[in-house]
Design a protein around this ligand. Sequence first.
Ligand code: GTP
Ligand code: SPV
Ligand code: MN
Length: 580
Amino acid sequence: MTRDLQSWVKECVELAQPEKVSWCDGSATEYKELVRGMLKDGSLIELNPATYPNCFLHRSNPNDVARTEQLTFVCTTNKDDAGPNNNWMSPDAAKQKMKLLFRGSMRGRTMYVIPYIMGPVGSPYSKVGVEITDSPYVAASMHIMTRVGTVALDQYTRDREFVPGLHSLGDCSPDRRLIVHLPEERSIWSFGSGYGGNALLGKKCFALRIASFMARHEGWLAEHMLIMGLEDPSGEVTYMAVAFPSASGKTNLAMMVSSLGEKGYKVWTVGDDIAWLSIDSEGRLRAINPEAGFFGVAPGTSHETNPIAMHTMEKNSIFTNVALTPSKEPWWEGFGTPPPAGLLDWHGKTWMNDGKPAAHPNSRFTSPARQCPIISRHWEDPQGVPISAIVFGSRRSDTIPLVTQAFNWEHGVFLGASMGAETTAAATGAVGVVRRDPMAMRPFCGYNMGDYFSYWLSMGKRLKKPPLVFRVNWFRKDGNGKFLWPGYGENIRVLRWILDRVRDKGKVVRTPIGLLPTPDSIDTAGLSLKPNALQDVLAFDRIGWKKEVDDIEGFFHQFSERLPVELSQEVLNLKNQLSD
Ligand code: GTP
Ligand code: SPV
Ligand code: MN
Protein backbone atom coordinates (compact mmCIF):
# COMPACT_ATOMS: atom_id res chain seq x y z
CA MET A 1 0.00 0.00 0.00
CA THR A 2 1.90 3.08 -1.19
CA ARG A 3 1.43 6.23 0.81
CA ASP A 4 2.85 9.73 0.92
CA LEU A 5 4.66 10.51 4.15
CA GLN A 6 4.77 14.30 3.79
CA SER A 7 1.06 14.63 3.21
CA TRP A 8 0.20 12.38 6.17
CA VAL A 9 2.47 14.42 8.47
CA LYS A 10 0.84 17.61 7.17
CA GLU A 11 -2.63 16.24 7.96
CA CYS A 12 -1.52 15.32 11.47
CA VAL A 13 -0.03 18.77 12.05
CA GLU A 14 -3.28 20.41 10.96
CA LEU A 15 -5.28 18.12 13.25
CA ALA A 16 -3.17 18.12 16.43
CA GLN A 17 -1.70 21.65 16.04
CA PRO A 18 1.68 21.16 17.72
CA GLU A 19 3.88 24.13 18.54
CA LYS A 20 6.85 22.49 16.82
CA VAL A 21 7.55 19.54 14.56
CA SER A 22 10.74 17.53 15.06
CA TRP A 23 11.80 14.85 12.57
CA CYS A 24 13.78 12.12 14.31
CA ASP A 25 17.02 11.04 12.63
CA GLY A 26 17.86 8.30 15.12
CA SER A 27 21.23 9.81 16.09
CA ALA A 28 22.91 9.61 19.48
CA THR A 29 22.84 13.41 19.67
CA GLU A 30 19.10 13.38 19.22
CA TYR A 31 18.68 10.79 22.00
CA LYS A 32 20.82 12.93 24.34
CA GLU A 33 18.70 15.96 23.50
CA LEU A 34 15.47 14.06 24.29
CA VAL A 35 16.95 12.92 27.60
CA ARG A 36 18.18 16.41 28.45
CA GLY A 37 14.69 17.82 27.97
CA MET A 38 13.11 15.16 30.16
CA LEU A 39 15.70 15.57 32.93
CA LYS A 40 14.88 19.26 32.88
CA ASP A 41 11.12 18.82 33.14
CA GLY A 42 11.48 16.02 35.70
CA SER A 43 9.98 13.23 33.60
CA LEU A 44 13.31 11.38 33.81
CA ILE A 45 15.57 10.92 36.81
CA GLU A 46 19.22 10.12 36.23
CA LEU A 47 20.40 6.90 37.86
CA ASN A 48 23.80 6.37 39.48
CA PRO A 49 26.27 7.02 36.63
CA ALA A 50 28.92 4.83 38.25
CA THR A 51 26.76 1.69 38.40
CA TYR A 52 24.08 2.46 35.77
CA PRO A 53 25.73 4.75 33.20
CA ASN A 54 23.35 6.56 30.85
CA CYS A 55 20.34 5.01 32.64
CA PHE A 56 17.16 6.81 33.67
CA LEU A 57 14.00 6.27 35.66
CA HIS A 58 10.62 7.34 34.35
CA ARG A 59 7.46 7.30 36.46
CA SER A 60 4.32 7.04 34.38
CA ASN A 61 0.96 8.43 35.34
CA PRO A 62 -0.29 6.06 38.11
CA ASN A 63 -3.48 5.48 36.10
CA ASP A 64 -1.39 4.42 33.10
CA VAL A 65 0.78 1.44 33.96
CA ALA A 66 -0.19 -1.41 31.62
CA ARG A 67 -1.92 -2.20 28.34
CA THR A 68 -5.67 -1.57 28.42
CA GLU A 69 -7.31 -4.33 26.40
CA GLN A 70 -10.85 -3.03 26.97
CA LEU A 71 -9.89 0.26 25.27
CA THR A 72 -8.16 -1.41 22.32
CA PHE A 73 -10.13 -1.82 19.06
CA VAL A 74 -9.69 -3.55 15.73
CA CYS A 75 -11.78 -1.72 13.16
CA THR A 76 -12.58 -3.77 10.07
CA THR A 77 -15.40 -2.93 7.67
CA ASN A 78 -17.27 -6.08 8.67
CA LYS A 79 -17.53 -6.75 12.37
CA ASP A 80 -17.09 -10.49 11.84
CA ASP A 81 -13.65 -9.95 10.36
CA ALA A 82 -12.43 -8.58 13.71
CA GLY A 83 -13.98 -11.58 15.45
CA PRO A 84 -15.14 -12.25 19.00
CA ASN A 85 -11.51 -11.90 20.13
CA ASN A 86 -11.48 -8.14 19.41
CA ASN A 87 -13.38 -5.03 20.44
CA TRP A 88 -14.84 -3.57 17.28
CA MET A 89 -16.20 -0.33 15.89
CA SER A 90 -16.55 0.69 12.27
CA PRO A 91 -13.52 2.35 10.65
CA ASP A 92 -15.55 5.51 10.02
CA ALA A 93 -16.80 5.74 13.58
CA ALA A 94 -13.26 5.10 14.84
CA LYS A 95 -11.72 7.82 12.71
CA GLN A 96 -14.40 10.28 13.70
CA LYS A 97 -13.87 9.57 17.39
CA MET A 98 -10.11 9.80 17.08
CA LYS A 99 -10.21 13.06 15.15
CA LEU A 100 -12.26 14.62 17.91
CA LEU A 101 -9.76 13.46 20.52
CA PHE A 102 -6.71 14.57 18.53
CA ARG A 103 -8.08 17.99 17.54
CA GLY A 104 -5.58 20.45 19.04
CA SER A 105 -4.22 17.81 21.42
CA MET A 106 -0.59 18.79 20.77
CA ARG A 107 -1.01 22.53 21.30
CA GLY A 108 2.07 23.91 23.03
CA ARG A 109 3.90 20.62 22.56
CA THR A 110 6.54 19.25 20.18
CA MET A 111 5.38 16.70 17.66
CA TYR A 112 8.02 14.06 17.03
CA VAL A 113 7.91 12.32 13.66
CA ILE A 114 9.66 8.97 14.09
CA PRO A 115 10.35 6.89 10.98
CA TYR A 116 11.40 3.39 12.08
CA ILE A 117 12.04 -0.08 10.71
CA MET A 118 10.68 -3.24 12.25
CA GLY A 119 13.23 -5.92 11.35
CA PRO A 120 16.91 -5.88 10.45
CA VAL A 121 18.12 -3.19 8.03
CA GLY A 122 18.18 -4.64 4.52
CA SER A 123 16.00 -7.64 5.28
CA PRO A 124 13.35 -8.56 2.71
CA TYR A 125 11.07 -9.23 5.70
CA SER A 126 11.47 -5.79 7.34
CA LYS A 127 8.77 -3.12 7.24
CA VAL A 128 8.66 0.62 7.82
CA GLY A 129 6.45 2.40 10.29
CA VAL A 130 6.20 6.06 11.18
CA GLU A 131 5.02 7.07 14.63
CA ILE A 132 3.96 10.60 15.36
CA THR A 133 3.90 11.35 19.08
CA ASP A 134 3.96 14.24 21.53
CA SER A 135 5.77 12.15 24.15
CA PRO A 136 9.57 12.50 24.33
CA TYR A 137 9.59 9.34 26.49
CA VAL A 138 7.98 7.45 23.62
CA ALA A 139 10.46 8.97 21.15
CA ALA A 140 13.44 7.95 23.32
CA SER A 141 11.99 4.46 23.89
CA MET A 142 11.48 4.02 20.13
CA HIS A 143 15.19 4.79 19.70
CA ILE A 144 15.95 1.72 21.82
CA MET A 145 13.18 -0.59 20.64
CA THR A 146 13.35 -0.01 16.86
CA ARG A 147 15.73 1.21 14.15
CA VAL A 148 14.89 4.90 13.90
CA GLY A 149 15.61 7.64 11.39
CA THR A 150 17.57 7.78 8.17
CA VAL A 151 17.67 3.98 7.68
CA ALA A 152 13.89 3.94 7.78
CA LEU A 153 13.51 6.90 5.43
CA ASP A 154 15.84 5.13 2.99
CA GLN A 155 13.65 2.02 2.97
CA TYR A 156 10.55 4.22 2.65
CA THR A 157 12.07 6.04 -0.33
CA ARG A 158 12.55 2.65 -2.01
CA ASP A 159 9.16 1.06 -1.14
CA ARG A 160 6.93 4.14 -0.68
CA GLU A 161 5.18 2.08 2.01
CA PHE A 162 4.83 2.66 5.75
CA VAL A 163 2.38 1.97 8.55
CA PRO A 164 1.31 5.30 10.06
CA GLY A 165 0.71 5.49 13.80
CA LEU A 166 -0.56 8.69 15.38
CA HIS A 167 -0.09 8.94 19.13
CA SER A 168 -0.83 11.61 21.70
CA LEU A 169 -0.73 11.60 25.48
CA GLY A 170 -3.74 13.90 25.53
CA ASP A 171 -4.44 14.58 29.19
CA CYS A 172 -3.85 10.92 30.07
CA SER A 173 -7.34 10.57 31.44
CA PRO A 174 -8.58 6.95 31.31
CA ASP A 175 -12.00 7.97 29.99
CA ARG A 176 -10.38 9.64 26.99
CA ARG A 177 -8.01 6.76 26.23
CA LEU A 178 -8.46 4.74 23.05
CA ILE A 179 -6.18 2.59 20.91
CA VAL A 180 -7.60 1.81 17.49
CA HIS A 181 -6.26 -0.21 14.58
CA LEU A 182 -7.50 -0.04 11.00
CA PRO A 183 -5.93 -3.16 9.55
CA GLU A 184 -7.52 -2.75 6.11
CA GLU A 185 -5.81 0.60 5.67
CA ARG A 186 -2.87 -0.44 7.89
CA SER A 187 -3.05 2.47 10.30
CA ILE A 188 -2.96 3.00 14.05
CA TRP A 189 -4.37 5.77 16.26
CA SER A 190 -3.56 5.80 19.97
CA PHE A 191 -4.73 8.44 22.41
CA GLY A 192 -4.40 9.07 26.14
CA SER A 193 -1.77 6.56 27.26
CA GLY A 194 2.00 6.84 27.42
CA TYR A 195 2.71 3.28 28.47
CA GLY A 196 4.31 0.33 26.72
CA GLY A 197 2.21 -1.48 24.15
CA ASN A 198 -0.35 1.32 24.17
CA ALA A 199 2.16 3.97 23.12
CA LEU A 200 5.24 2.39 21.50
CA LEU A 201 3.25 1.73 18.36
CA GLY A 202 5.91 -0.37 16.62
CA LYS A 203 5.45 -3.17 19.12
CA LYS A 204 2.01 -4.67 19.73
CA CYS A 205 0.01 -2.32 17.48
CA PHE A 206 2.14 -2.68 14.35
CA ALA A 207 4.36 -5.75 14.78
CA LEU A 208 1.45 -7.89 16.02
CA ARG A 209 -2.04 -6.51 15.32
CA ILE A 210 -1.47 -4.81 11.96
CA ALA A 211 1.30 -7.24 10.97
CA SER A 212 -0.79 -10.36 11.69
CA PHE A 213 -3.44 -8.99 9.33
CA MET A 214 -0.85 -8.12 6.66
CA ALA A 215 0.83 -11.49 7.14
CA ARG A 216 -2.35 -13.41 6.35
CA HIS A 217 -2.64 -11.53 3.06
CA GLU A 218 1.03 -11.91 2.22
CA GLY A 219 1.64 -15.51 3.34
CA TRP A 220 3.62 -15.16 6.58
CA LEU A 221 2.97 -15.02 10.36
CA ALA A 222 3.42 -12.29 13.00
CA GLU A 223 3.53 -13.93 16.43
CA HIS A 224 3.96 -13.14 20.14
CA MET A 225 7.07 -15.33 20.31
CA LEU A 226 10.64 -15.18 21.51
CA ILE A 227 13.27 -16.65 19.21
CA MET A 228 16.24 -18.54 20.61
CA GLY A 229 19.06 -20.72 19.43
CA LEU A 230 19.92 -23.86 21.40
CA GLU A 231 23.55 -24.92 20.95
CA ASP A 232 24.37 -28.59 21.53
CA PRO A 233 27.74 -30.07 22.59
CA SER A 234 28.81 -30.42 18.94
CA GLY A 235 28.30 -26.65 18.44
CA GLU A 236 25.26 -27.04 16.21
CA VAL A 237 22.54 -24.46 16.88
CA THR A 238 18.84 -25.32 16.59
CA TYR A 239 16.35 -22.44 16.59
CA MET A 240 12.99 -22.42 18.31
CA ALA A 241 10.12 -19.92 18.42
CA VAL A 242 8.26 -19.87 21.71
CA ALA A 243 4.88 -18.23 22.42
CA PHE A 244 3.97 -17.36 26.01
CA PRO A 245 1.38 -14.75 27.07
CA SER A 246 2.52 -11.42 28.54
CA ALA A 247 4.62 -11.65 31.70
CA SER A 248 4.85 -15.43 31.43
CA GLY A 249 8.54 -16.02 30.83
CA LYS A 250 9.56 -15.15 27.24
CA THR A 251 12.38 -12.76 28.17
CA ASN A 252 13.59 -15.20 30.79
CA LEU A 253 13.67 -18.15 28.42
CA ALA A 254 15.23 -16.15 25.60
CA MET A 255 18.14 -15.11 27.87
CA MET A 256 18.44 -18.25 29.87
CA VAL A 257 21.73 -19.27 31.47
CA SER A 258 21.63 -22.99 30.88
CA SER A 259 22.14 -25.19 33.91
CA LEU A 260 23.53 -27.75 31.47
CA GLY A 261 26.23 -25.34 30.28
CA GLU A 262 29.01 -27.68 31.38
CA LYS A 263 27.53 -30.41 29.22
CA GLY A 264 27.65 -28.09 26.23
CA TYR A 265 24.01 -26.92 26.04
CA LYS A 266 23.80 -23.18 25.65
CA VAL A 267 21.18 -20.59 24.69
CA TRP A 268 21.57 -17.69 22.22
CA THR A 269 19.03 -14.85 22.16
CA VAL A 270 17.51 -13.76 18.85
CA GLY A 271 14.39 -12.01 20.20
CA ASP A 272 12.34 -11.90 23.41
CA ASP A 273 8.80 -10.89 22.43
CA ILE A 274 7.85 -10.91 18.74
CA ALA A 275 8.69 -13.13 15.77
CA TRP A 276 7.90 -12.57 12.11
CA LEU A 277 7.90 -15.97 10.44
CA SER A 278 8.12 -16.56 6.71
CA ILE A 279 8.51 -19.54 4.43
CA ASP A 280 11.80 -19.48 2.51
CA SER A 281 12.47 -20.74 -1.01
CA GLU A 282 13.33 -24.19 0.37
CA GLY A 283 9.98 -24.44 2.17
CA ARG A 284 11.46 -23.88 5.64
CA LEU A 285 10.07 -21.58 8.30
CA ARG A 286 12.40 -18.65 9.02
CA ALA A 287 12.14 -16.07 11.80
CA ILE A 288 13.28 -12.50 12.27
CA ASN A 289 13.00 -10.43 15.42
CA PRO A 290 11.36 -7.18 14.28
CA GLU A 291 12.53 -5.33 17.41
CA ALA A 292 15.88 -3.80 18.34
CA GLY A 293 15.43 -3.73 22.10
CA PHE A 294 13.81 -5.41 25.08
CA PHE A 295 10.89 -3.99 27.06
CA GLY A 296 11.17 -6.49 29.87
CA VAL A 297 9.29 -7.12 33.11
CA ALA A 298 11.46 -5.94 36.03
CA PRO A 299 9.97 -7.73 39.09
CA GLY A 300 11.37 -11.22 39.55
CA THR A 301 14.47 -10.42 37.46
CA SER A 302 17.68 -10.92 39.47
CA HIS A 303 21.27 -12.07 39.16
CA GLU A 304 19.94 -15.41 40.36
CA THR A 305 17.02 -15.84 37.91
CA ASN A 306 18.22 -13.88 34.87
CA PRO A 307 21.82 -12.58 35.11
CA ILE A 308 21.84 -11.97 31.33
CA ALA A 309 18.96 -9.52 31.57
CA MET A 310 20.63 -7.86 34.57
CA HIS A 311 23.80 -7.29 32.51
CA THR A 312 21.82 -6.16 29.47
CA MET A 313 20.12 -3.38 31.45
CA GLU A 314 23.10 -2.02 33.36
CA LYS A 315 23.78 0.77 30.84
CA ASN A 316 21.90 2.89 28.25
CA SER A 317 18.53 1.79 29.65
CA ILE A 318 15.27 3.40 30.69
CA PHE A 319 13.49 2.00 33.74
CA THR A 320 9.78 2.64 34.14
CA ASN A 321 7.86 2.47 37.43
CA VAL A 322 10.56 0.66 39.40
CA ALA A 323 11.56 1.66 42.95
CA LEU A 324 14.59 3.89 43.57
CA THR A 325 17.26 3.31 46.22
CA PRO A 326 18.98 6.19 48.05
CA SER A 327 22.10 5.45 45.97
CA LYS A 328 20.00 6.12 42.85
CA GLU A 329 19.81 2.54 41.69
CA PRO A 330 16.71 0.68 40.53
CA TRP A 331 15.08 -1.89 42.80
CA TRP A 332 12.08 -4.18 42.60
CA GLU A 333 10.47 -7.17 44.26
CA GLY A 334 12.65 -10.18 43.49
CA PHE A 335 15.73 -8.00 42.78
CA GLY A 336 17.76 -10.37 44.94
CA THR A 337 18.82 -7.85 47.57
CA PRO A 338 16.81 -6.72 50.63
CA PRO A 339 15.00 -3.39 50.18
CA PRO A 340 17.35 -0.68 51.48
CA ALA A 341 16.25 1.91 54.05
CA GLY A 342 14.97 5.07 52.39
CA LEU A 343 13.68 3.23 49.32
CA LEU A 344 11.30 5.28 47.17
CA ASP A 345 8.37 3.38 45.69
CA TRP A 346 7.27 3.68 42.07
CA HIS A 347 5.26 6.80 42.95
CA GLY A 348 8.41 8.43 44.31
CA LYS A 349 7.21 8.25 47.94
CA THR A 350 9.12 6.67 50.80
CA TRP A 351 8.21 3.00 50.77
CA MET A 352 6.34 2.00 53.93
CA ASN A 353 6.75 -1.79 53.61
CA ASP A 354 3.02 -2.05 54.28
CA GLY A 355 2.37 -4.95 51.94
CA LYS A 356 2.16 -2.80 48.82
CA PRO A 357 4.95 -3.51 46.31
CA ALA A 358 7.68 -0.89 45.97
CA ALA A 359 7.94 -1.40 42.22
CA HIS A 360 4.79 -1.67 40.11
CA PRO A 361 4.18 -5.35 39.20
CA ASN A 362 4.33 -4.33 35.51
CA SER A 363 7.40 -2.11 35.92
CA ARG A 364 9.87 -2.59 33.08
CA PHE A 365 13.36 -1.99 31.69
CA THR A 366 13.98 -0.80 28.13
CA SER A 367 17.40 -1.86 26.83
CA PRO A 368 19.16 -2.21 23.48
CA ALA A 369 19.22 -5.85 22.35
CA ARG A 370 22.83 -5.53 21.20
CA GLN A 371 23.87 -5.20 24.85
CA CYS A 372 22.67 -8.71 25.61
CA PRO A 373 25.78 -10.77 26.42
CA ILE A 374 24.36 -13.85 24.68
CA ILE A 375 22.82 -12.13 21.66
CA SER A 376 22.93 -14.51 18.68
CA ARG A 377 25.38 -13.86 15.84
CA HIS A 378 22.33 -14.09 13.60
CA TRP A 379 20.00 -11.73 15.43
CA GLU A 380 20.20 -9.14 12.65
CA ASP A 381 20.64 -11.63 9.82
CA PRO A 382 18.43 -10.28 7.01
CA GLN A 383 17.39 -13.84 6.17
CA GLY A 384 16.43 -14.67 9.77
CA VAL A 385 17.02 -18.06 11.38
CA PRO A 386 15.46 -21.43 10.45
CA ILE A 387 12.90 -22.67 12.99
CA SER A 388 12.86 -26.37 13.95
CA ALA A 389 10.38 -26.27 16.84
CA ILE A 390 7.43 -24.16 17.87
CA VAL A 391 6.60 -24.10 21.57
CA PHE A 392 3.43 -22.80 23.20
CA GLY A 393 3.27 -22.24 26.93
CA SER A 394 1.50 -20.37 29.68
CA ARG A 395 1.02 -20.12 33.42
CA ARG A 396 -1.16 -22.95 34.64
CA SER A 397 -1.13 -24.06 38.28
CA ASP A 398 -2.72 -27.39 37.42
CA THR A 399 -3.76 -29.82 34.65
CA ILE A 400 -1.11 -28.93 32.06
CA PRO A 401 2.06 -31.08 32.09
CA LEU A 402 5.61 -29.71 32.01
CA VAL A 403 5.92 -30.60 28.33
CA THR A 404 3.76 -32.23 25.65
CA GLN A 405 4.62 -32.91 22.03
CA ALA A 406 1.86 -32.57 19.45
CA PHE A 407 1.12 -35.63 17.28
CA ASN A 408 1.46 -33.56 14.10
CA TRP A 409 0.98 -30.02 12.75
CA GLU A 410 -2.86 -30.04 12.99
CA HIS A 411 -2.68 -31.26 16.57
CA GLY A 412 -0.02 -28.63 17.22
CA VAL A 413 -2.37 -25.93 15.98
CA PHE A 414 -4.98 -27.37 18.35
CA LEU A 415 -2.51 -27.25 21.29
CA GLY A 416 -1.83 -23.58 20.54
CA ALA A 417 -5.42 -22.63 19.78
CA SER A 418 -6.78 -24.27 22.94
CA MET A 419 -4.19 -22.81 25.29
CA GLY A 420 -5.50 -21.40 28.56
CA ALA A 421 -3.45 -19.00 30.66
CA GLU A 422 -3.57 -17.31 34.03
CA THR A 423 -3.69 -13.55 33.50
CA THR A 424 -0.83 -11.29 34.64
CA ALA A 425 -0.16 -7.63 35.52
CA ALA A 426 0.91 -6.85 31.93
CA ALA A 427 -2.67 -5.80 31.20
CA THR A 428 -5.08 -3.99 33.49
CA GLY A 429 -7.73 -6.22 35.08
CA ALA A 430 -7.79 -9.23 37.40
CA VAL A 431 -4.56 -11.23 37.76
CA GLY A 432 -4.40 -15.03 37.99
CA VAL A 433 -7.70 -15.83 36.27
CA VAL A 434 -7.58 -18.60 33.65
CA ARG A 435 -8.75 -17.43 30.25
CA ARG A 436 -8.22 -18.93 26.79
CA ASP A 437 -5.29 -17.26 25.10
CA PRO A 438 -4.73 -18.99 21.74
CA MET A 439 -1.07 -18.92 20.67
CA ALA A 440 -0.60 -16.17 23.35
CA MET A 441 -2.20 -13.89 20.72
CA ARG A 442 -5.62 -13.18 22.19
CA PRO A 443 -4.85 -9.49 22.83
CA PHE A 444 -2.82 -9.12 19.64
CA CYS A 445 -4.49 -10.90 16.73
CA GLY A 446 -5.64 -8.22 14.25
CA TYR A 447 -8.46 -10.32 12.80
CA ASN A 448 -10.98 -13.05 13.57
CA MET A 449 -9.21 -15.87 15.39
CA GLY A 450 -11.32 -18.48 13.61
CA ASP A 451 -9.68 -17.32 10.37
CA TYR A 452 -6.35 -17.20 12.19
CA PHE A 453 -6.64 -20.89 13.14
CA SER A 454 -7.46 -21.82 9.51
CA TYR A 455 -4.49 -19.80 8.37
CA TRP A 456 -2.18 -21.59 10.82
CA LEU A 457 -3.47 -24.92 9.48
CA SER A 458 -2.76 -23.81 5.91
CA MET A 459 0.82 -22.81 6.81
CA GLY A 460 1.52 -26.44 7.70
CA LYS A 461 0.55 -27.51 4.20
CA ARG A 462 2.86 -24.93 2.62
CA LEU A 463 5.89 -26.01 4.68
CA LYS A 464 8.08 -28.77 3.30
CA LYS A 465 8.77 -30.11 6.77
CA PRO A 466 6.73 -28.23 9.39
CA PRO A 467 8.50 -27.61 12.71
CA LEU A 468 7.51 -29.93 15.56
CA VAL A 469 5.05 -28.33 17.97
CA PHE A 470 5.17 -28.51 21.77
CA ARG A 471 3.27 -27.22 24.77
CA VAL A 472 5.11 -26.39 28.01
CA ASN A 473 4.12 -25.28 31.52
CA TRP A 474 6.79 -24.22 34.03
CA PHE A 475 4.12 -23.13 36.52
CA ARG A 476 2.37 -26.33 37.69
CA LYS A 477 2.03 -26.38 41.48
CA ASP A 478 1.83 -29.02 44.19
CA GLY A 479 -0.91 -29.37 46.83
CA ASN A 480 0.77 -26.65 48.93
CA GLY A 481 0.80 -24.11 46.13
CA LYS A 482 4.56 -24.49 45.51
CA PHE A 483 6.00 -24.73 41.99
CA LEU A 484 6.78 -28.35 41.14
CA TRP A 485 9.45 -27.33 38.64
CA PRO A 486 12.36 -24.96 39.49
CA GLY A 487 12.07 -23.14 36.14
CA TYR A 488 14.46 -20.48 34.77
CA GLY A 489 17.90 -21.97 33.90
CA GLU A 490 16.61 -25.46 34.62
CA ASN A 491 14.13 -25.16 31.75
CA ILE A 492 17.09 -26.14 29.52
CA ARG A 493 16.35 -29.73 30.57
CA VAL A 494 13.00 -29.50 28.82
CA LEU A 495 14.51 -27.77 25.79
CA ARG A 496 17.06 -30.56 25.59
CA TRP A 497 14.24 -33.13 25.41
CA ILE A 498 12.60 -31.00 22.70
CA LEU A 499 15.91 -31.01 20.82
CA ASP A 500 16.05 -34.82 21.16
CA ARG A 501 12.57 -35.03 19.66
CA VAL A 502 13.56 -32.75 16.78
CA ARG A 503 16.32 -35.31 16.12
CA ASP A 504 13.94 -38.24 16.39
CA LYS A 505 15.33 -39.28 19.77
CA GLY A 506 13.98 -39.08 23.33
CA LYS A 507 11.43 -41.47 24.78
CA VAL A 508 7.69 -40.74 24.89
CA VAL A 509 4.44 -42.11 26.20
CA ARG A 510 1.39 -41.63 24.00
CA THR A 511 -1.59 -40.13 25.87
CA PRO A 512 -4.87 -38.60 24.63
CA ILE A 513 -3.40 -35.09 25.01
CA GLY A 514 -0.16 -35.75 23.11
CA LEU A 515 3.26 -37.33 23.53
CA LEU A 516 4.70 -36.96 27.03
CA PRO A 517 8.32 -37.64 28.02
CA THR A 518 9.06 -40.73 30.08
CA PRO A 519 10.53 -39.49 33.39
CA ASP A 520 13.93 -41.01 32.58
CA SER A 521 14.14 -39.13 29.27
CA ILE A 522 14.45 -35.76 31.05
CA ASP A 523 18.01 -35.11 32.26
CA THR A 524 17.67 -34.39 35.99
CA ALA A 525 21.30 -35.00 36.99
CA GLY A 526 22.31 -32.46 39.61
CA LEU A 527 18.76 -31.27 40.14
CA SER A 528 17.26 -31.63 43.60
CA LEU A 529 13.56 -32.23 43.16
CA LYS A 530 11.15 -33.27 45.89
CA PRO A 531 10.16 -36.94 45.73
CA ASN A 532 7.55 -37.49 43.02
CA ALA A 533 7.84 -33.88 41.77
CA LEU A 534 9.04 -35.02 38.35
CA GLN A 535 6.24 -37.59 38.00
CA ASP A 536 3.70 -35.02 39.17
CA VAL A 537 4.87 -32.26 36.86
CA LEU A 538 4.89 -34.62 33.88
CA ALA A 539 1.59 -36.33 34.73
CA PHE A 540 -1.41 -36.57 32.44
CA ASP A 541 -4.41 -35.54 34.59
CA ARG A 542 -7.44 -37.20 33.00
CA ILE A 543 -9.95 -35.63 35.38
CA GLY A 544 -8.50 -32.14 34.98
CA TRP A 545 -8.53 -32.55 31.21
CA LYS A 546 -12.23 -33.49 31.14
CA LYS A 547 -12.95 -30.06 32.60
CA GLU A 548 -10.35 -28.43 30.35
CA VAL A 549 -11.84 -29.83 27.16
CA ASP A 550 -15.32 -28.57 28.07
CA ASP A 551 -13.90 -25.12 28.55
CA ILE A 552 -12.05 -25.32 25.22
CA GLU A 553 -15.23 -26.43 23.47
CA GLY A 554 -17.15 -23.49 24.95
CA PHE A 555 -14.45 -21.07 23.85
CA PHE A 556 -14.29 -22.46 20.31
CA HIS A 557 -18.08 -22.29 20.04
CA GLN A 558 -18.08 -18.49 19.73
CA PHE A 559 -16.18 -18.66 16.43
CA SER A 560 -19.14 -20.59 14.94
CA GLU A 561 -18.72 -21.20 11.21
CA ARG A 562 -15.30 -19.54 11.16
CA LEU A 563 -13.84 -22.31 13.35
CA PRO A 564 -11.98 -24.77 11.10
CA VAL A 565 -13.49 -28.28 11.14
CA GLU A 566 -10.06 -29.69 11.97
CA LEU A 567 -10.27 -28.05 15.40
CA SER A 568 -13.82 -29.26 16.16
CA GLN A 569 -12.56 -32.69 15.15
CA GLU A 570 -9.62 -32.44 17.57
CA VAL A 571 -12.06 -31.56 20.38
CA LEU A 572 -14.26 -34.55 19.53
CA ASN A 573 -11.29 -36.92 19.35
CA LEU A 574 -10.00 -35.74 22.68
CA LYS A 575 -13.43 -36.03 24.33
CA ASN A 576 -13.82 -39.58 23.08
CA GLN A 577 -10.41 -40.61 24.26
CA LEU A 578 -10.86 -38.99 27.67
CA SER A 579 -14.05 -40.94 28.30
CA ASP A 580 -12.42 -44.30 27.46
P1 GTP B 1 6.09 -9.73 28.30
O1 GTP B 1 7.26 -8.81 28.15
O2 GTP B 1 4.97 -9.12 29.04
O3 GTP B 1 5.62 -10.30 27.00
O4 GTP B 1 6.56 -10.92 29.31
P2 GTP B 1 7.50 -12.20 29.15
O5 GTP B 1 6.71 -13.33 28.59
O6 GTP B 1 8.76 -11.85 28.47
O7 GTP B 1 7.79 -12.60 30.68
P3 GTP B 1 9.14 -12.54 31.55
O8 GTP B 1 10.21 -13.43 31.02
O9 GTP B 1 9.49 -11.12 31.76
O10 GTP B 1 8.64 -13.17 32.92
C1 GTP B 1 7.59 -12.61 33.69
C2 GTP B 1 7.63 -13.12 35.09
O11 GTP B 1 7.62 -14.57 35.13
C3 GTP B 1 8.88 -12.68 35.85
O12 GTP B 1 8.49 -12.21 37.12
C4 GTP B 1 9.69 -13.94 35.96
O13 GTP B 1 10.48 -13.91 37.12
C5 GTP B 1 8.65 -15.07 35.95
N1 GTP B 1 9.20 -16.31 35.34
C6 GTP B 1 9.84 -16.38 34.14
N2 GTP B 1 10.28 -17.65 33.89
C7 GTP B 1 9.87 -18.40 34.93
C8 GTP B 1 10.02 -19.81 35.25
O14 GTP B 1 10.59 -20.61 34.51
N3 GTP B 1 9.45 -20.23 36.42
C9 GTP B 1 8.79 -19.38 37.27
N4 GTP B 1 8.27 -19.87 38.39
N5 GTP B 1 8.67 -18.05 37.01
C10 GTP B 1 9.18 -17.56 35.86
C1 SPV C 1 3.16 -7.56 26.71
O1 SPV C 1 2.26 -7.16 27.44
O2 SPV C 1 3.10 -8.66 26.09
C2 SPV C 1 4.40 -6.77 26.57
C3 SPV C 1 4.44 -5.44 27.22
O3 SPV C 1 5.34 -7.19 25.90
S1 SPV C 1 3.66 -4.21 26.29
O4 SPV C 1 4.64 -3.65 25.37
O5 SPV C 1 3.18 -3.18 27.22
O6 SPV C 1 2.57 -4.77 25.53
MN1 MN D 1 4.95 -9.36 25.17
